[in-house]
Design a protein around this ligand. Structure first.
Ligand code: HEM
Length: 494
């Protein structure tokens, strides 16, 4: 029934409403000013507690040293310069006038990774939620994360990964045939841009051996969006750094972040939005297909892809950590994004290193050709050394952004001299302090890797000169796959 005003009804303006609104506005402004004052005074106290740590100066209040650090003219160049000048721990200016510690010290990294006192920065947490949504593995923490990771790990154990070998070999052979084809058309050899070929081969590997879906069957819109996303993430702009710094103030509430991805404005959010929804849709389609043929599978060993192994260990009741089908489907985005580009880039660096060292190339080719086909990887020490050296020198994520959850003390493996000349043996950190781990600098520490730390020298892994003990990462004590509870789930696969 439509509302009809009665003939006797009159309209009146209640001025107390206006009064209420202006009171509300004043309370909101006072609240905001109060919060800002608290934030500024907390930042001042944080600055005092680390003011004795040396580091570069900056004349920009807005960006501090972040443009130099996050958009360097050459990968790793500034990290190396500051590492040599200031050592394994130094202080830089972050955005919006905030100070930030950069850390490459072993004990400090261990405390950040394995302790309870540090967490991802709000900007990193927001991107994880935007891209992989709240059901993605990376967005989980504590017990919920352990549980989900335990269930997913079924597809990433050493035995499971071995069963994907024939897929990897077929893809490698296809790549070789493509290269042979290109080279045979030219007389004295050819200049080949390997990057797009490596991207295609790693996408095929992830699609086939992780999702259990031939790459041709992936939704073309998802494939297109995925490469747009990778393009975006590898071309960081000053505006994005500024947005991160605003998010890092911690003022933006979760509901607003959720709204931002639900109704995206701007290219970056739109691409993340599409990735999130297209990959869940793709995951559901893949699962529906695999369920149709599930009755024919008698054992998990018969399946040769990650999703199938997880699905069938649930169906066959082998799984200790239960996972719902919908939770599994929601990992599609993280598996595509975390697995493809990282692997392609790592292979790219490896081929650059080999192309500059013909003698090493010959030695490696000799080692590989002398092996029987099965288990060759395990019996190729030089190949393994080259892989380790590549991961050491060119970590896919050279900076890992954290902040302190509470007041704490950051331990150090190596003490150093403060600005006032005093010896610093540990660093008092106040809640909210931004601390960035430079995996790049850690992998270039002379104190750890020796005088030739900056050199590509795979033989260091064979002559016993690499220090053992006090492990950080899951693979060869390297940080390239990160460390702690959130280290790369796919490192064996990679
Ligand atoms: C050379 C290739 C790779 C490198 C260098 C690499 C590196 C990393 C790093 C540094 C992280 C930590 C990210 C963070 O906390 O912000 C990570 C996490 C992760 N990676 Fe990889 N990755 C590689 C390949 C793969 C592959 C092939 C897969 C899957 C097929 C994969 C799946 C994952 C997942 C699921 C996580 C999240 C783990 C968690 O939060 O518990 N990665 N990876």
């Amino acid at each position: 029934m439509r509302f009809r005003p009665s003939p006797t009804m009159t309209l009146a303006f209640d001025s107390s409403l206006l009064l209420n609104l202006s009171t509300l506005a004043i309370v909101a402004i006072v609240g905001l000013v109060f919060r800002l004052t608290l934030a500024v005074s907390a930042e001042y106290r944080r600055r005092q507690s680390i003011r004795n740590i040396p580091g570069p100066s900056s004349s920009s209040w807005l960006f501090g040293n972040l443009l130099q650090m996050q958009i360097p003219w050459e990968y790793g160049q500034i990290d190396l310069e500051w590492l040599k000048k200031y050592g394994a721990v130094y202080r830089i200016k972050g955005g919006l006038g905030r100070d930030r510690l950069i850390v490459a010290d072993h004990a400090a990294i261990q405390a950040i990774v394995y302790g309870e006192d540090f967490e991802r920065t709000p900007a990193r947490e927001a991107i994880v939620a935007w891209l992989f949504d709240d059901r993605g593995l990376m967005a989980h923490h504590g017990q919920a994360h352990r549980h989900l990771r335990g269930a997913l790990n079924t597809g990433f154990t050493a035995t499971a990964v071995r069963s994907y070998q024939s897929t990897f070999e077929t893809l490698a052979e296809t790549l070789c045939t493509t290269l042979d084809g290109i080279v045979s058309q030219t007389k004295g050899g050819a200049v080949v841009n390997l990057s797009p070929l490596l991207n295609t081969v790693t996408l095929s590997a992830i699609s086939q051996a992780a999702l259990g879906c031939p790459v041709e069957d992936l939704n073309p819109a998802l494939v297109r969006n995925n490469s747009e996303l990778l393009e975006l993430s590898s071309t960081l702009a000053a505006g994005q750094i500024l947005v991160d710094e605003i998010l890092n103030l911690g003022f933006v509430p979760k509901w607003l972040l959720d709204l931002a991805i639900k109704y995206p404005v701007g290219q970056a959010l739109k691409t993340m939005h599409a990735q999130r929804y297209l990959s869940v849709e793709q995951g559901r389609e893949i699962m529906a297909k695999q369920l149709k043929t599930a009755d024919a599978v008698g054992s998990v060993d018969e399946v040769d892809h990650v999703y199938g192994k997880i699905l069938h260990s649930e169906i066959l009741g082998n799984s200790e950590n239960k996972i719902s089908l919908e939770d599994l489907v929601h990992q599609t985005s993280i598996i595509l994004v975390a697995g493809q580009d990282t692997s392609a880039i790592m292979l790219g660096w490896l081929f650059i290193a080999l192309s500059q060292r013909p003698a090493l190339q010959d030695a490696l080719r000799g080692e590989i050709l002398s092996q029987a086909k099965d288990d060759a990887y395990d019996h190729c020490p030089l190949l393994n050394a080259i892989i380790k050296e590549t991961i050491r020198l060119w970590p896919a994520l050279p900076l890992m952004f954290h902040q302190a959850k509470r007041d704490t003390i950051l331990p150090l493996s190596t003490s150093f001299k403060g600005v006032d000349g005093e010896e610093i043996k540990a660093i008092p950190i106040l809640k909210g302090q931004m601390v960035t781990v430079s995996t790049y600098a850690y992998e270039h520490l002379e104190s750890r890797w020796g005088k030739d730390a900056d050199e590509f020298n795979p033989y260091r892994w064979l002559d016993g000169s690499v220090p053992q003990g006090s492990a950080l990462g899951p693979y060869a004590n390297l940080l390239g796959f990160w460390a702690g509870p959130h280290h790369c789930l796919g490192w064996r696969f990679a």
